[in-house]
Design a protein around this ligand. Structure first.
Ligand SMILES: [Zn+2]
Length: 200
């Protein structure tokens, strides 16, 4: 699989990436959750990719990976491992700006502690805020979800977003091609490893 894009705006890129990621095998398992929860847990697969900004002022999505950490013994979650840097032979490493760490949540759950730790860690390598040709955008992790119970129709229903720069978690839902934003909460880091979420 190769890179996906280019897009003129990150909103367009998200609109295209969401159904693309959710249509991958077992990227959403809502249809199995009631009928066969064990199977749902076993097959659920996370896919991840970077959405990045190029010197040509376009937005691209890196190759999708489903490389996962060994099963977590407690939760049986398989979390996708996203490399720190994308490989795009057209550009030098420093020329690319990292915007969103994209992935899917097969059960449609909210962001996990692992997700928050992951992007906080990447925020030490990548800029927290990226200057665009027009305006700016903040580094974030994003988890797409589908509420569909039909395995052949994995609708893109929205995503959860966490922004390290502001510590905000937001829920975005899609209605008629528009993203509607709801505040979910603010993350208070108590130390490097623990936090609580102050719900809005
Ligand atoms: Zn996640």
């Amino acid at each position: 699989m190769k890179n996906f894009g280019p897009f003129d705006s990150y909103a367009d890129a998200l609109k295209a990436a969401c159904p693309l990621i959710l249509s991958k095998p077992n990227a959403t398992v809502g249809h199995l959750q009631d009928s066969n929860p064990e199977l749902a847990t076993r097959v659920a697969t996370e896919y991840c990719a970077w959405l990045y900004y190029t010197p040509e002022h376009t937005y691209e999505m890196s190759m999708l990976t489903d490389l996962s950490k060994p099963d977590d013994l407690v939760t049986h979650r398989k979390s996708c491992i996203l490399p720190t840097f994308v490989s795009d032979s057209r550009y030098e490493r420093g020329e690319l700006k990292y915007i969103f760490a994209l992935h899917n949540h097969p059960f449609g759950s909210v962001l996990s502690p692992l997700d928050l730790h992951f992007i906080e860690e990447k925020a030490s390598t990548h800029d927290w805020e990226i200057k665009l040709q027009k305006g700016k955008v903040r580094l974030a992790t994003i988890a797409f979800f589908s509420k569909s119970k039909n395995p052949t129709l994995p609708t893109c229903d929205g995503f959860y977003q966490y922004v390290p720069a502001t510590r905000e978690i937001m829920t975005w839902t899609q209605t008629q091609g528009q993203w509607d934003r709801t505040e979910y909460g603010v993350v208070r880091w108590l130390d490097d490893g623990t936090y609580r979420i102050d719900k809005r």
